[in-house]
Design a protein. Sequence first.
Length: 327
Amino acid sequence: MRRREFVRFLGGAAVAWPFAADAQKPAGKVFRVGFVSPSIADSVPERFVAFRAGLRDLGYQEGQNLIIEYRWAEGHYEQLPAFFAEMVRLNVDVIVTHGTPGALAAKQATTKIPIVLAVVGDAVASGLVSSLAKPGGNVTGLTYFNPELAAKRLELIKELIPAVTDVGVLSNPENPFNETITPVMRLTAQTHKLTLHQFGVRSPAELEETFAAMIAKRIGALVVLDDAILLANASALAKLALQQHLPSSGWPDFAVVGGLMAYGVNFPDMFQRAAMFVDKILKGANPADLPVQRATKFELVINLKTARSLGLKVSDNMLSIADKVIE
């Protein structure tokens, strides 16, 4: 998807964003930023709105002192190398991306153009940076520890449904970061005497067949892992889980659209913070010297409407610690 389509999709949202008149930018300089996403453009609009808002707050105005080249892989990870190669040919000042597939493809495409990770699971374990404090190379940005989040979702499911013994784990087999998540989840499962069942989805066309396989396995609950394909189809996932009377847990947006519960990072916050990295680099900072920042905002979301539909009672204790309860 090209920039004109993305701007049309966001509509007039930019009109309300403030402009920082005192931002120090070289007179007459127009910066070019390449934004390459593994996702579908309209799947999580608030994240990209937050990124653009962060840039506006720092004094950047698209079409005046900033041009953003948007590319969307629409969940087709095989297209990412071509998009990043295009950014290299365009000689953009900074490349921005998110997710492990996008980050790895960006790093393979260039060692010279600075790369800002709006959000990625464990940047060190993925080999994207040498360390959080001293990333080295041309990559920096924001990270979070997905294995621990996935394990927490498993724990919360067990707390809500103490009798559950078999839990399905839904992921995209094409996402290499799954290899770091599975061992942590298995340890958590052993602690809580749970049996995990792995299920994979590479495209929306596989969803119904996969859910049928879950029911055939008689799993009692489902944990959904973060991935561009799954995020883009959160509503369909939540609907299928409810239709199959299957309690489910995922990232915060997942519970908002109908999943039972969610635990995860506040992604819009991380995308907005990514704008600060872009700003520092455009002002001359070396990405090798910019420490990678961790997620600082986490959310527990419980959908009481879905719980009632599933015939589940949520304890007062769990409701009291939830950041958001959907009635």
